[in-house]
Design a protein around this ligand. Sequence first.
Ligand SMILES: [Zn+2]
Length: 272
Amino acid sequence: MQEPVWKNRSREERIRFYEQSRPQNIRQKKQKRQVKRLRQAASVLMVIAAFFAGIAVGKGCSGGNTVIAAEREAMAEAFFQEEAAKKRSTSDLQKTETVDTTELPDYVDEQYLTVNPYSRPGKKTDTIQAVVIHYLANPGTTAQQNRDYFEELSKGEDGVSISSNFVIGLEGEVIACVPPGEVAYASNNRNSDTVSIENCHPDVTGKFNPATYESLVKLTGWLCCKYQLDPLNGGVIRHYEVTGKICPKYFVENEESWQAFLQDVQDWIDTH
Ligand SMILES: [Zn+2]
């Protein structure tokens, strides 16, 4: 603030200079700079997260959707709005949970996921048109591990959305993750009118062992009865029929085994 320069300034300039020099204005500027830096850092992190999410989905079989930053924000927003709406009126979750869960067979272990935007959106399906069969593309993993992975996604840290209504394990155990009649993220554009079954398998061939196969026939047959589906006429499909994905691998690569499976489901229905 040298005298000659200062003296030459107009009154307006002096006022502006004075305003800019006020401690609170300097503080505001500093805060604005900090906010800007934080925003920049956040957007870089979002880009990195979206990149890794893309890799994760590319590896899986489940046909989940990669949720990139903007979509993720929109989904989170929708989720919170939904939560708020639930508080205002009767709980949607309670409504959906009363649809089907009471009638599941005894052998089904109900371990429902927390309602969240990434693996259990808490939405009712339309009328069920088919059961979709999947394989997990993750040899040797258990039903419990895969169910817990879906639950882990609820934190949104990976930005990945994958799930399944049911997972059948290597011992033939059946875990229900999302009630049938509620949307799970397994079958792409058919999530809203199908029930999904993911299956564990011991090796890279993707062939189900006898215990898994037996439970799969039993559960698929039961679902066909429940939703009045004809397994031999489009009521039971592979993920392959939805997107062309090689899933479930063994049934896609061995058409005769797939047809035999459909017949086994029909036989189960005929005898129950
Ligand atoms: Zn699949």
